[in-house]
Design a protein around this ligand. Structure first.
Ligand code: ADP
Ligand code: MG
Length: 222
């Protein structure tokens, strides 16, 4: 089992506390290709952020690859995250003043990989994603689909066990969305990377092996 959530609860504190995840339990095996669907505001991004160790939860348990993820220090969380998890976002989250290849190199920079080596690895991944010729382009010189492929290369370069994608096709046209989904599927098969993809798009969900429905912070259908 790669992911085990046991009766997870999370409340956003504030003037009006909001109980977002409610006794949520979920198990994900290594190598699964999963969609998470649910209405806007149902807690999908919150769930993904908890799984991605970007955010804490209040009660319950979160086991990732046999390790209890609870009360980690900032440093431990970042360490574990960088080693284990890759992220893909709807808005790509590329750094605009860095070229495509520099964006892809970034996670390796944080891991202390020497400059030349990380450049070579980044070029390999760009090549794999069909973007070798675009390596020196800046994000604003790339199409949406190309930007997302750069972001996928960046997510893959650390060989994560798990890729978390929050509406990865949300900003793309239908044809490009299909291409990106096909790419994620290929990567899932060839690299045995577990993929969890948040989407409101039925067609995108239909291309995965399993769809988890979230309503009001609870799993209603799996
Ligand atoms: P989804 O991704 O399914 O649209 P979210 O997980 O983003 O849902 O949000 C779930 C609920 O929590 C929403 O009502 C949202 O407004 C609220 N919310 C999300 N993030 C925060 C936050 N940082 N602080 C307070 N409330 C939040
Ligand atoms: Mg969301």
């Amino acid at each position: 089992m790669l992911i085990e959530l046991k009766k997870l609860n999370k409340t956003y504190q504030g003037a009006q506390p909001l109980h977002v995840l409610k006794d949520l339990s979920l198990e994900v095996e290594k190598g699964e290709f999963i969609a998470i669907r649910g209405a806007s505001g149902s807690g999908k991004s919150t769930l993904l952020n908890v799984i991605g160790i970007l955010d804490n939860y209040d009660s319950g348990e979160y086991w990732l690859d046999g390790r209890l993820i609870k009360d980690l220090s900032e440093r431990e969380a970042a360490e574990y995250r960088n080693r284990t998890i890759g992220f893909i976002f709807q808005s790509f989250n590329l750094i605009n003043f860095k070229t495509a290849v520099e964006n892809v190199e970034l996670p390796l920079f944080y891991q202390g990989v020497p400059r030349r080596q990380r450049h070579e690895m980044a070029m390999e991944y760009l090549d794999r994603l069909g973007l070798k010729e675009r390596a020196q382009h800046y994000p604003n010189q790339l199409s949406g689909g190309q930007k997302q492929r750069v972001a996928i290369a960046r997510a893959l370069i650390t060989h994560p066990q798990l890729i978390l994608a929050d509406e990865p096709t949300g900003a793309l046209d239908t044809v490009t969305a299909r291409e990106v989904m096909a790419l994620l599927r290929d990567i899932n098969r060839s690299d045995h990377v577990t993929m969890i993809i948040v989407t409101h798009d039925l067609k995108v969900a239909a291309e995965t092996d399993r769809t988890i429905h979230i309503r009001d912070g609870e799993v209603v259908l799996d």
